[in-house]
Design a protein around this ligand. Structure first.
Ligand code: NAD
Ligand code: GLY
Length: 359
């Protein structure tokens, strides 16, 4: 097992990464300071891993909340299901919430933990590759609004993140690829060596070679932990983690939550961001091709949905957390391995990308 520390002073926490570590109860119990524990999961993950987690926690007063599965349920209203269970069980402020699932469960549960009695401790057990390499780390929690992705939420750090790579055995290929999109992101924004390694080892990753999966999870978590330690609340460098997300969130909202997986939308959005970077003279044609190629090789979509017109994109992107005074700002690539801070671009250049890339 490997351990990576997210260094945030008194809110620092470990990320445990290994194979089979869900059967090590102390990884959870050492972070639980109460008798009351609630596990929040969904109807897909519960039959697969709930019993295993419950087995480690027999000495606690245990409640389980099973939510419906899907991005379309990542809404404010679903949070009442969690609050109802906590209140009916008379859970106190020192109760611990465990999020068992993908990024949707992690984001909803983390936000519920931030809100219940103004904040109870929580632990992340991410079960998708995307959640293991990105969403479970760094404390961004929240839900979607009909008008914008992740628009309601809080920064709220977990007590620990327990990543057992063996849970990925039950994940389908499309979901695995969606996670790979966020892994590629780390290479693109700050780690050219990692990007080159992913290019060379993509087949092994997609074939779920365990050592390769552990390697990409560790590298991704280390990259994310470094960025979060430097800029927890995204007043600067953390924004680079949003490469491709301005376009990607517009695709998710505009197509209806759940139509495109988050990682798929990020893959398309990153190709659009690469195209825009080329138009600004930052990336070469060859670099853009290299970026599009790796996403395609991973089995990810690289072109925006044709029904989403340029003006609709602009309208949807006007609801983005990086915007300042209503101006849309993008994370772009100066080169492979180096991302810009949020930048505004001329509307004409943006429209060129929206009207020409992938159309
Ligand atoms: P998800 O949570 O919807 O999980 C994908 C699917 O896999 C679901 O159907 C789920 O039930 C199923 N599943 C989960 N684990 C499984 C397993 N081990 N075996 C079989 N099936 C399993 O999607 P996701 O890609 O994990 O997360 C996407 C969400 O994460 C989006 O809402 C996105 O906005 C959010 N996100 C948040 C952050 C952050 O920093 N908080 C970062 C990136 C993404
Ligand atoms: N996924 C973007 C972030 O955590 O900042």
């Amino acid at each position: 097992m490997n351990e990576i520390q997210v260094q945030l002073g008194e809110r620092s926490y470990p990320i445990y990464i290994g194979a089979g570590i869900l059967s090590q109860p102390e990884l959870l119990t050492q972070h639980i300071k109460s008798k009351q524990v609630v596990i929040v999961t969904n109807e897909t993950v519960a039959p697969l891993y709930l019993d295993k987690v419950k087995q480690q926690l027999q000495q606690y007063q245990l409640e389980v909340v099973i939510l419906p599965d899907g991005e379309q349920f990542k809404s404010l209203s679903i949070m009442d299901t969690i609050f109802d269970a906590l209140l009916q069980a008379r859970f106190s402020r020192n109760a611990t919430l465990i999020a068992l699932g993908g990024g949707v469960i992690g984001d909803i549960s983390g936000f519920a933990a931030a809100c219940y009695q103004r904040g109870i401790p929580f632990i992340q057990i991410p079960t998708t590759l995307l959640a293991q390499v990105d969403s479970s780390v760094g404390g961004k929690t929240g839900v979607n609004h009909a008008l914008g992705k992740n628009m309601i939420g809080a920064f709220y750090q977990p007590q620990a993140v327990v990543i057992d790579v063996t849970v990925l055995e039950t994940l389908d290929d499309r979901q695995l690829a969606a996670g790979v999109a966020e892994v590629i992101k780390y290479g693109l924004i700050r780690d050219i060596e990692f990007f080159t390694w992913i290019e060379a080892n993509l087949e092994k990753i997609l074939a779920r070679d365990q050592a390769s999966l552990i390697y990409i999870i560790e590298k991704s978590c280390q990259n994310k932990a470094d960025i979060v330690a430097e800029d927890e609340k995204e007043s600067g460098i953390r924004a680079i983690l949003n490469l491709g997300h301005t376009f990607g969130h517009a695709i998710e909202t505009g197509s209806g939550y759940g139509t495109y997986l988050h990682g798929e939308a990020v893959a398309i959005g990153t190709c659009q961001a690469a195209d825009l970077s080329r138009r600004l003279g930052w990336l070469t044609d060859a670099e853009v091709e290299r970026i599009i190629h790796i996403f395609k090789q991973a089995g990810l979509p690289v072109e925006p949905p044709t029904e989403l017109l340029a003006e609709t994109f602009v309208d949807l992107m006007s609801v983005d957390k990086k915007n300042v005074d209503g101006d849309i700002r993008f994370i772009l690539l100066e080169k492979i391995g180096s991302a810009s801070l949020p930048v505004g671009v001329e509307k004409a250049q943006l429209l060129e990308t929206l009207n020409e890339y992938g159309r």
